[in-house]
Write a protein that binds this ligand. Structure first.
Ligand SMILES: [Zn+2]
Ligand SMILES: [Zn+2]
Length: 317
């Protein structure tokens, strides 16, 4: 949408979580998360206050979206404490068209408590059937409608090509849909996203302030020390190479323990996948002043996957 004045477009960043991707102003970050892929919650904070909330649940078959919105707004009243200001709600505001972008029976809503306001929408995706309740928050005296419409329209509630975008604090990676999130650390100094599929695992890690993290160590010594705990039951080799013009260390490993080797043999005989190979890449992104690691424990059939995850990761622009 063209702007009436000549101010530059604000810089945006992508936030990706549990199949959602949303493009938001650059200084917005994940403020709270809960639940899992089936049912969960994501809050995105601006510098001054929470700015966006997404709630979701998966449902097979159609749901009554009027009832979903009704329950949601009723909860706002119910959660209000005695001294809190009264909440005024408005339904079916038509902020977004009713069937916008493959969304089944969408309803827009608005509420305000005098201090804050929110423009929101609930819909069920015609493609993946996920039910989303998304609201954009602001102060009551802000002109919020236009920004809310843009943000709500840009929410994608499912991945397009089997790769789920996970993005926060400027880290953006893509992980195959069948791997589920198994844990995360979201700190300024370290982001660590862990995924798993039975015995197979993927971890994507990013350390801020690379020079401070490295200290006087070279990358290989640092990687050996940093990952020692994670790799203690593996026999690994560390090889220095270059990745996207960055100094990098490739780690290749196989199970050190006899029991794990036996289990690998048995599962191979049963033709079941088994995470029996370590394939990791660690690199120092000098332009971005960060260290990255993609650590994969994968079956023989997925030996190409680690390289593809590294290629899809955006480490600097
Ligand atoms: Zn969908
Ligand atoms: Zn880089």
């Amino acid at each position: 949408m063209p702007r009436s004045d000549s101010r530059p477009e604000p810089r945006t960043t992508v936030i990706g979580w549990q199949g959602y991707t949303v493009s938001v102003p650059e200084d917005w970050t994940i403020g709270a998360i809960g639940g899992d892929r089936m049912e969960g919650y994501l809050r995105i904070d601006g510098t001054d206050m929470p700015r966006m909330e997404i709630k979701w649940f998966d449902r097979k078959g159609p749901v009554g979206i009027e009832e979903v919105v009704g329950n949601y707004l009723r909860d706002l009243h119910r959660k209000r404490r005695r001294r809190d200001p009264e909440v005024t709600t408005k339904r079916d505001t038509r902020l977004l068209g009713r069937r916008k972008g493959g969304r089944r029976q969408l309803e827009s809503f608005h509420w305000t408590d005098g201090d804050r306001q929110a423009h929101g929408a609930a819909w069920q995706c015609a493609h993946c059937e996920r039910v989303s309740i998304v609201q954009v928050l602001g102060r009551a005296d802000e002109g919020l409608e236009e920004e809310a419409r843009e943000l709500l329209l840009a929410v994608a509630d499912h991945p397009e090509d089997g790769w789920v975008t996970w993005a926060t604090y400027g880290l953006q990676c893509e992980i195959p849909e069948e791997f589920v999130l198994d844990g995360q650390k979201l700190m300024a100094g370290l982001i660590d996203l862990n995924f798993k599929l039975e015995t197979e695992q993927i971890a994507v890690m990013r350390w801020g302030m690379a020079d401070v993290a490295l200290g006087d160590k070279d990358l290989k010594t640092w990687a050996q020390k940093e990952l020692a705990g994670r790799l203690k039951s593996w026999e690994c080799t560390f090889e220095e190479l270059e990745f996207n013009g960055h100094p990098a260390i490739a780690i290749t490993g196989e199970p050190a323990l006899f029991q794990a080797r036996v289990r690998r043999f048995v599962l191979h005989c049963l033709r079941r996948p088994y995470g029996s190979n370590v394939r990791s890449l660690i690199w120092h992104c000098q332009p971005g002043k960060k260290l990255y690691a993609v650590e994969c424990i994968v079956d023989d059939s997925r030996l190409e996957l680690p390289a593809e995850i590294c290629q899809r990761l955006i480490c600097h622009s």
